[in-house]
Design a protein around this ligand. Structure first.
Ligand code: SAM
Length: 283
């Protein structure tokens, strides 16, 4: 019977040939998932034989990764803000970069002493922003919206799994909402339509187009979210938007044109790239 180290080595070599940027890591994560182990436990089990069922499952997983399907879709989950979220191909895989939006919102609520905020997460997808904010700010009341029913189903599964009381509503951005919020967050689709074909294959071939395509200039969603926010944001409320690295100036300009916000503040991520825009409502 083949043993764990041998299997890992050959899976790693296979994934390298197929163009995975992290072949050994992928091989380990996929095997640990099937054996229900932490990755680190593999190292103490190099001599462990794999039975037929485990081998079959592993071969299927490695074949999928060989076609560049993201590991998160194969294992069915992804960590965000130290919590484990279910993901399927109906939702964008949450990115670590998006965590900066949560941190900025938490900092904002603290500095303005807002203890029981009403929070709206537009384009919620797997629900990571809505659920994380609800769990980090237990007195908050949080709503998440998405236009994709299948994505909302995953968001609801995550809310139940993580015990977060969030209202998920199907709708086109603000949809039928008829109330105002202290904070609105959104990580909307923001890739230019013309750049969709140039995305890495793991994104282009597997992640939902609806979660990526931001229209001809990539700004369609920002224009709508900012323009329509005056109806849904309280007088002193704040809007936190994730953006692409090259979109800060344009989104700040859209904010200025709305005429109700203080000058936009750009949020940088850990790699010092522009990652978000913060707009504070003044009137
Ligand atoms: C970039 S993903 C963000 C998912 C999640 N918030 C995150 O940060 O990982 C964008 C999401 O917007 C949703 N979406 C696209 N068009 C929408 C619309 N008009 N109204 C509401 N949601 C929309 C997609 O279904 C997708 O789930």
């Amino acid at each position: 019977m083949p043993r764990l180290l041998e299997i890992l080595n050959s899976a790693g070599e296979f994934l390298q040939k197929k163009g995975s940027p992290s072949p050994r890591l992928d091989a380990e994560v996929l095997l640990a998932n099937i054996l229900d182990m932490q990755r680190i436990e593999l190292y103490a089990n190099y001599d462990r034989p794999l039975d037929k069922r485990e081998l079959d499952l592993y071969r299927q997983a490695i074949a999928r990764r060989g076609k560049l399907e993201p590991v998160a879709y194969i294992v069915g989950h992804k960590e965000f803000f130290s919590r484990d979220f279910v993901v399927t191909s109906d939702v964008l895989i949450p990115r670590p970069d998006t965590e900066i939006i949560v941190e900025k919102v938490l900092g904002y609520l603290k500095s303005f002493n807002i203890d029981a905020p009403e929070i709206l997460d537009l384009c919620t997808g797997s629900g990571v922003l809505a659920i994380t904010l609800k769990l980090e700010v237990p007195n908050s009341r949080v709503v998440g919206t998405d236009i994709c029913e299948k994505a909302l189903k995953i968001a609801k599964i995550n809310a139940t799994k993580l015990d977060a009381n969030v209202d998920f509503i199907l709708g086109d951005l603000y949809g039928d909402l008829d109330r105002q919020f202290d904070v609105i967050v959104a990580n909307p689709p923001y890739i230019k339509a013309s750049e969709m074909d140039t995305l890495e294959p793991n994104v282009r071939l597997f992640e939902p187009k609806l979660a990526l395509d931001g229209g001809s200039d990539g700004l369609d969603y920002y224009k709508r979210i900012i323009k329509e926010s005056s109806r849904y944001l309280k007088q002193a409320g704040a809007l936190f938007l994730e953006i692409g690295d090259d979109q800060a100036a344009k989104v700040a300009e859209i904010g200025e044109e709305a005429g109700i916000f203080a000058p936009a503040m750009v949020v940088k991520d850990l790699a010092s790239k522009n990652r978000g825009i913060f707009l504070k409502r003044l009137k």
